[in-house]
Design a protein around this ligand. Structure first.
Ligand code: AMP
Ligand code: MG
Length: 302
């Protein structure tokens, strides 16, 4: 039988650690010159994603609002106003039921989403590496004992993280390379230069036209993907070209295209799943243990 008292105790401590992760990462970014903006929950435009989810939109007068799947487009527009921005962005992705047992998927989750005007991919990699070290040191100082009782592997990540090229890893280990490498690793590592068909249209295409200037961060011990990000396309013609390659409907993204036409700056950024980071720090079986009111794919809950 589940010991309710015990499970409540664990949950409480995990939530305290998650709260500390959010506080310390926000503080780190502020010190690095970032400004926190409020999240956008509904908009006529949102991330088309690279996989299909159920529709989450609301009719409103003559128009339609979508619930935010990610704030990618708003981040690209926000760096017109402030060069370095971050937000704790609630994302709704009505994922299919088959994602229920991955350990990594909720239908409502939070991204620490950041974007930097004029940045290169390398700037973001270094920023995140330093942020991880600071956040891990902080939670170790405040919650070290409880974290180590849940997670025997807990350690401060060693930087710089290894950089693995997507296609080289694919050639060596086959289509399951991400899982294989994540299980084998004992430190987080970057997966870089992701092929065009694996990503949305907005990550910047490299000069050779095959891979993107982007990245995922992969957690060790089989915890899998932690972060996705990259440099962004910002030129109107290139964005249209990329949308056409993917078959993205122009009309759906008209608001975005109108803004791009006026001009958006080059930028780079990434999004970090807060529940996944908490799960990794606390060695949890499932991200649903990392938040109150967790919503699993395929179910309806409070
Ligand atoms: P994406 O740009 O789609 O890779 O999302 C950015 C980050 O958000 C991912 O690297 C994960 O950390 C997190 N994330 C994405 N989808 C989910 C989900 N369904 N449940 C929990 N976290 C997610
Ligand atoms: Mg991703």
């Amino acid at each position: 039988m589940v010991n309710v008292q015990e499970s409540l105790k664990v949950k409480r401590e995990v939530l305290e650690i998650s709260s500390e992760i959010m506080s310390e990462s926000g503080q780190f970014l502020r010190k690095a010159g970032f400004i926190e903006i409020l999240p956008v929950i509904i908009s006529p435009i949102t991330d088309p994603l690279n996989h299909s989810v159920f529709d989450a939109s609301i009719d409103y007068y003559d128009g339609k609002y979508s619930l935010t799947k990610s704030m990618i487009f708003h981040k690209q527009l926000a760096v017109r106003v402030f060069p370095k921005i971050f937000t704790f962005s609630p994302n709704i992705r009505l994922e299919t039921e088959d994602k229920k047992s991955t350990g990594r998927h909720l239908i409502e989750f939070t991204q620490l989403d950041l974007e930097v005007k004029g940045a290169k991919r390398d700037d973001i990699l270094t920023l995140i590496e330093n942020m991880f070290v600071e956040v891990f040191k902080d939670v170790d100082e405040k919650f070290g004992q409880i974290i180590r009782s849940m997670n025997p592997h807990f350690s401060i990540p060693k930087i710089p993280f290894e950089r693995v090229k997507y296609l080289e890893a694919y050639d060596e280990y086959g289509p399951d390379f991400e899982t294989i490498l994540s299980k084998r690793a004992t430190e987080p590592f970057w997966l870089i230069d992701i092929p065009i068909e694996e990503r949305e249209f907005y990550d910047r295409l490299d000069g050779d036209g095959k891979v993107l200037v982007d990245m995922d961060l992969i957690y060790p011990y089989g915890f899998g993907e932690a972060i996705s990000g990259g440099e962004r396309e910002y030129e109107y013609e290139k964005i249209l070209y990329r949308m056409n390659l993917k078959g993205n409907d122009h009309e759906t993204l008209r608001w975005y295209l109108d803004e791009v036409k006026k001009g958006i700056p080059p930028s780079a950024g990434c999004g970090i799943g807060i529940e996944r980071l908490t799960r990794f720090v606390c060695n949890l079986k499932h991200v649903s243990e990392a938040r109150l009111f967790a919503k699993l794919p395929g179910t309806v809950s409070i």
